[in-house]
Design a protein around this ligand. Structure first.
Ligand code: TEU
Ligand code: CA
Length: 588
């Protein structure tokens, strides 16, 4: 371990950051100020009062940089420019000032595992082997004895996240380049010290402009598991026709900690920052290392375990499987216990890559409001930093996609082409998977009002607006004291005032129950505050039988997802919960 990784090398962060809730904005879909159907920076500025009313302390802004939009901004062609669709640098500065005036911090999205193929570095790199930028990317020869560009000649067998091989042939240099995502997202070569210096420099560019930190895109894949001879291992076959996903092999590479520490030292250290690393396949032990308060490089990571519970072991996210509630409870509980006192969790059920939580884990029909609140109460009672994805605070739902043509997401469209057009999957089965899992579910425009364009745009929106915008919208939610919005407001405020939410340790209850989730948060010592959370994850009334040691009759309801007087909800060793009822209770 180097000196830099020793004690005292952890992040320096704004006071009280552990009490803050983060709100994620997907700028394309948040608010359009000029009628072109695409959300933009002035649009966000015009809606800051909504965020202030909600009470969030931090915004994570998905990418707003120059990009050809192969992956909606996760393919950056200029890290120091704002995409004209979103506005100008002056608009950006105005937005940042508006946030800071309201006491809201801004985390930028840092997408540096890869660039766009239109980035000047890649344009140079691909032109000739002796170009000074060639080594900014990852180039390899065809497999021995094979002809480059022919099927099977790829340097190894890894499959890209958006289908096809991770290798694409480059005629000009007669080599393959590596891309973990689409061919238009070539991976940067982090082994090259110049690449690392450039990344640190662009981070400082934004920090000097006043941003408060970064959400780091797939940051645990930047160090590749190279063999001594510079090759990458092949993925094993897990089932005939199915390879082990490349991400399980490529994440947490040998130099990752070193690279993260370099970013902390050479970019973050002089500033007070907040950072979250997006880390598919990360384990609790790895997360401890990356987020330890005294030595970790980051404040927190996004883990993915709970996002993989409602699909089959083979076939990826599209191979649907109903959620088995004990799996969710065990997974979340494992992370709670592993990071308590040793690191820091981030808490999320949705983001711009995931379907809407109320449609996925709740009941988006009859019990939409109640189950959306229940999911919030389950998540926000845990230890860590809660993330709210735009529209989640309204209980926005998935869209019943009429066909795949209505979707724009390249992941969805590529998968359909391979699964249905090439491999013959039944289109009805595939459409059900798209409706359940397509990333576009999260990307339909934010529903501000019942008016035309849902208050999102006066023009034609880039992605369809959900027909339920007439009922589910911010205006309606703010006017209704029993809305999902006001419950989120309450939970976000409680995180600032109730220390047990921040510090308390976690103890699971009713672990094997398939419909009830419950846990206790408690600060140290016998007299410590106790917060009890219970959630009925079903559409039936259920009787809860508490273990004797809990002394359930001593609790009093603090938050409820049912309308009316919370004090009326009685506590006893045996009690009944209504369909999708959830309660937070304190020990008096
Ligand atoms: O996502 C990383 C990632 O692991 C995705 O493959 C994710 O699991 C998938 O979208 C789920 O369907 C990040 C960004 O959040 C995503 O929007 C980008 O497309 C991706 O990186 C490439 O930058
Ligand atoms: Ca616009």
């Amino acid at each position: 371990m180097s000196v830099e990784q020793g004690a005292g090398a952890g992040p320096r962060s704004p006071a009280g950051w552990r009490q803050d809730t983060v709100y994620q904005i997907y700028p394309r879909s948040f608010c359009d100020s000029n009628g072109d159907g695409i959300g933009d920076l002035p649009g966000i500025l015009s809606r800051l009062d909504h965020l202030q009313a909600l009470g969030v302390g931090v915004v994570w802004l998905s990418p707003v940089y120059q990009s050809p939009n192969d992956d909606n901004g996760y393919d950056i062609s200029d890290y120091r420019a704002i995409h004209p669709e979103f506005g100008t640098l002056a608009d950006f500065d105005a937005l940042l000032a508006g946030m800071h005036q309201r006491g809201i911090k801004l985390m930028m999205d840092l997408v540096v595992n890869h660039t766009s193929d239109e980035h000047a570095w890649f344009q140079q790199a691909r032109s000739a082997r002796d170009n000074p930028f060639h080594d900014f990317y990852i180039w390899r020869e065809p497999r021995a004895g094979q002809v480059g560009g022919q099927p099977g000649a790829e340097p190894n067998n890894w499959e890209a996240a958006f289908n096809g091989s991770v290798w694409t042939w480059n005629e000009a240099t007669q080599e393959y380049y590596l891309h973990m995502f689409s061919p238009r997202q070539p991976d940067l070569n982090w082994e090259n010290p110049q690449v690392r210096a450039e990344v640190c420099a662009l981070m400082r560019f934004w920090l000097d402009r006043g941003v408060d930190g970064f959400r780091m895109d797939v940051i645990n894949v930047i160090s590749k598991p190279w063999n001594a001879d510079g090759s990458l291992p092949d993925a094993p076959v897990v089932k005939p026709g199915f390879l082990q996903p490349a991400f399980t092999l490529a994440t947490g590479g040998p130099r990752l900690t070193e690279f993260l520490q370099q970013m902390r030292r050479e970019a973050l250290a002089p500033y007070e920052t907040l950072t979250v690393g997006e880390m598919p396949c990360v384990t609790p032990a790895q997360a401890q290392t990356y987020t330890a308060a005294d030595s970790g490089a980051l404040n927190m990571v996004f883990q993915f375990e709970h996002m993989d519970l409602d699909c089959q072991p083979v076939g990826g996210k599209w191979a649907l499987k109903p959620l088995h509630l004990p799996d969710l409870k065990r997974s979340m509980g494992r992370w709670q216990q592993a990071l308590h006192g040793r690191g820091w969790n981030s808490l999320y059920l949705g983001n711009h890559d995931q379907p809407r939580p109320v449609s996925r884990f709740g009941d988006d029909g009859l019990h939409r409001v109640r189950s959306a609140k229940l999911l919030a109460m389950y998540l926000h009672g845990l230890q860590g930093t809660p993330y709210v994805y735009q529209g989640e605070e309204l209980g926005m739902t998935n869209l019943p996609w009429p066909s795949v043509e209505a979707c724009q997401d390249l992941e969805t469209r590529n998968w359909w082409r391979v699964a249905v057009d090439e491999q013959g999957l039944d289109p009805a089965v595939a459409l059900a998977a798209v409706r359940a899992k397509s990333r576009d579910n999260a990307r339909t425009p934010m529903q501000w009002s019942a008016g035309p364009g849902a208050g999102f745009t006066t023009g034609t929106p880039w992605l369809p607006i959900n027909a339920n915008a007439d009922r589910i919208n911010a205006d309606a939610a703010r006017a209704d004291p029993d809305s999902v919005f006001h419950l989120y407001r309450q939970l976000i405020a409680l995180r600032r005032s109730l220390t047990v939410l921040v510090d308390g340790h976690y103890q699971p209850l009713l672990e094997d129950d398939t419909r009830l989730a419950a846990y206790l948060r408690q600060t140290d010592g016998e007299s410590g505050t106790r917060l009890l959370v219970v959630c009925n994850f079903s559409g039936e009334p259920l009787t809860v039988r508490w273990p004797d040691h809990l002394d359930a009759a001593g609790y009093q309801t603090l938050v409820s997802n049912l309308p009316g007087d919370v004090a009326a909800a009685p506590w006893a060793s045996e009690m009944t919960l209504q369909p999708w009822e959830a309660r937070w209770a304190l020990r008096s």
